[in-house]
Design a protein around this ligand. Structure first.
Ligand SMILES: Nc1ncnc2c1ncn2[C@@H]1O[C@H](COP(=O)(O)OP(=O)(O)OP(=O)(O)O)[C@@H](O)[C@H]1O
Ligand SMILES: [Mg+2]
Length: 329
């Protein structure tokens, strides 16, 4: 495999959850990719399709609960939508790992951390218990945990939220995956701990050349930690680009709305989601721009759906809006 190929490539992906008499159109033509070693953000309000994208990438959505209606998804050059379950078990954890918002749900509350880490390490690498323990200690040290032995002997509830998330990150890196998908990994933590944990994640990823897909609703975190960003709304990418470009010069009114909700454009903190109105019902999406009814700049032409279009012929920098560019006021 060429190392230049993306580790994750999603192309025109549409997915729906069939429901009685209608279906929830959760993804509507999403295209995104993550190159080796990159940290890529996916940002958007609740319900924009971030977790569905993440879960599908690992094929963790319950089979038969959803239907793919267009597109493709490949991870490390493997067609993930047509990979048999047996293969998936090998891919998960080894080639790609995922961490979630609340590590308490991923950790077994009745077993010590050490036991759980050793199980994972031994499952993927044929090494002795002693070697696995040494490896676990090293992984925890890498996460700047001062007394790894003590953590290994603890139960999950004995650790703080930040410490549990560090353990999860250590575990995620245990098999040196090429891609790590982190779905709101620090949302449950307070702001200072959030930054510490993400700094550790970033440091480790840079050191190992691991690519990260960082899912968040917080533009401030994107600004601090991501090389590139995709902004999602109603299951579609509405803007994308290098983080610095998108932050400095957001083109889509939705992105402008997300940014203006920040107390400080570059200061991490709790974002204040101040975009008025509600996300439309995904079972009855308007035919036109799905943001039009909340958009201050909407025009009659917005009754036709704008496509994601390159800005200044730059294929990395795109926006899906008909309007001539307006500076963020
Ligand atoms: N199993 C399911 N059945 C039906 N609808 C679903 C299912 N899973 C997700 N959805 C719907 O798909 C849409 C996208 O959900 P998703 O969880 O990806 O949003 P999100 O961007 O991660 O939001 P949040 O910020 O709240 O985590 C939502 O409207 C959600 O209700
Ligand atoms: Mg989510």
């Amino acid at each position: 495999m060429s190392t230049c190929n993306p580790v994750l490539a999603i192309d025109n992906l549409s997915l729906e959850f069939p429901a009685y008499k209608s279906s929830v159109k959760a993804l509507n033509g999403v295209s995104l990719h993550v190159n080796p070693g990159e940290i890529v953000g996916v940002v958007g309000e609740s319900g924009s399709g971030k977790s569905v994208t993440a879960m599908l990438s690992m094929r963790l959505l319950p089979e038969r609960s959803y239907r793919i209606t267009s597109g493709s998804l490949s991870m490390l050059d493997r067609d993930m939508l047509n990979t048999p379950e047996k293969e998936l078990l090998k891919i998960r954890g080894r080639d790609a790992a995922m961490i979630f918002q609340e590590p308490m749900t991923a950790l077994n509350p009745t077993r010590r951390i050490g036991r759980q880490m050793l199980d994972v390490i031994i499952h993927h690498q044929k090494i002795s218990t002693q070697q696995a323990r040494a490896k676990a200690i090293e992984l925890l040290r890498d996460m700047h945990i001062a007394s790894p032995e003590q953590v290994l002997d603890s139960y999950p509830f004995e650790l703080s939220g930040g410490m549990r998330q560090r353990v999860m990150i250590a575990l995620a890196f245990s098999c040196e995956p090429k891609l790590l998908i982190a779905d709101e990994p620090t949302t449950a933590l307070d702001v200072t701990v959030q930054r510490q944990v993400l700094l550790l994640l970033q440091e480790k990823a840079r050191q190992k050349g691991t690519a990260i897909l960082l899912i968040t609703h917080d533009m401030a975190l994107v600004s601090q930690f991501c090389d590139r960003v995709y902004v999602m709304y109603t299951g579609a990418v509405v803007e994308q680009g290098l983080t610095a470009d998108v932050m400095r010069n957001p083109r889509h009114p939705y992105t402008q709305g997300l940014l203006s909700g920040l107390p400080e454009m570059v200061e991490p903190g709790q974002p204040l989601m101040t975009i008025p109105g509600q996300v439309p019902n995904l079972s009855r999406l308007p035919v036109g721009c799905t943001f039009a009814e909340r958009c201050q700049h909407a025009l009659p032409m917005c009754s036709e759906r704008p496509v994601l279009t390159a800005i200044n012929h730059d294929e990395q920098r795109k926006s899906a809006c008909w309007l001539p560019h307006k500076e963020l006021s």
